[in-house]
Ligand binder design. Structure first.
Ligand SMILES: [Zn+2]
Ligand SMILES: [Zn+2]
Ligand SMILES: [Zn+2]
Length: 253
């Protein structure tokens, strides 16, 4: 009887112990979820680098770092870049083939506190950052442009080595006009002239000349005639076309 009582007692004690331990275990798991992490700083100092800092989370054994790219319709899927241990609260993401960063592009970075023992990850507040532009050196000309044909050139980013190729517009011709001279005939002009009908004096080319004759002689009557000056020639300069001073192309008008 005593033995049975002892068994029952130990069973009850075991049940009590189980009752105490079980809820405690369950409770402990939920409180082992790390607290929320806020990314407090995100800056891109070069076209291929972003540095972030974040707030500490309680109950985190590690931090998981994520990023995603802004797209035309929103954001791409979150991508985990790295897991670091709890002592770390800053990370510099350098572009790689697996986790690329594009220059001049907007990303979001998020960090989640992670508890490895209980496999729990906390909430996060992400931060937006736009990456720096490429820092190109000066252009190297690979093909010179001519008057009528485009050339090409390239420049290299001093940080990431990206090559940017551009065309050089055609320069356009530098025209100068060509002139030549020719001799042209100027026909004689026909004018009215006056003669004195008394003495046949004349021709008087102007009315004033006639008036002077009248004043000198008193001859008051005159008649009209016409007179044609002799034709002459003159030298004329005119543009015949144009020539480019660079490529020597010639066009005639
Ligand atoms: Zn670059
Ligand atoms: Zn030319
Ligand atoms: Zn007269």
């Amino acid at each position: 009887m005593k033995r049975i009582r002892a068994i029952i007692l130990s069973l009850v004690m075991a049940m009590m112990l189980f009752a105490v331990v079980t809820p405690t275990t369950t409770y402990a798991a939920t409180t082992k979820t790390p607290s929320a992490v806020t990314v407090t700083y995100a800056k891109s100092t070069a076209c291929n680098k972003v540095t972030i800092k974040w707030s500490k989370a309680s109950k985190a054994t590690h931090y998981r770092i994520y990023y995603r790219q802004k797209t035309s319709s929103g954001w791409s899927k979150w991508v985990k870049i790295k897991t670091v241990t709890k002592g770390t609260t800053t990370y510099t993401h350098t572009s790689s083939a697996k986790y690329p960063i594009k220059a001049g592009t907007t990303y979001q970075y998020a960090v989640r506190g992670y508890n490895k023992t209980y496999n729990k990850a906390g909430k996060y507040t992400a931060r937006k950052v736009t990456t720096a532009k490429h820092s190109y050196g000066s252009y190297t000309v690979t093909k010179k442009a001519t008057c009528s044909k485009a050339g090409s050139k390239y420049k290299i980013c001093k940080t990431c080595g990206k090559k940017y190729t551009a065309t050089i517009s055609p320069l356009g011709h530098s025209w100068v006009e060509n002139y030549t001279t020719r001799t042209v005939e100027v026909p004689g002009e026909t004018v009215d002239v006056r003669y004195c009908s008394y003495c046949s004096d004349g021709p008087f080319f102007t009315y004033d000349e006639w008036i002077e004759h009248y004043a000198n002689t008193g001859h008051g009557v005159y008649y009209w005639s016409t007179y044609t000056y002799p034709s002459t020639t003159k030298t004329e300069t005119y543009a015949t076309g144009r020539t480019c001073t660079v490529c020597k192309r010639t066009e005639n008008y």
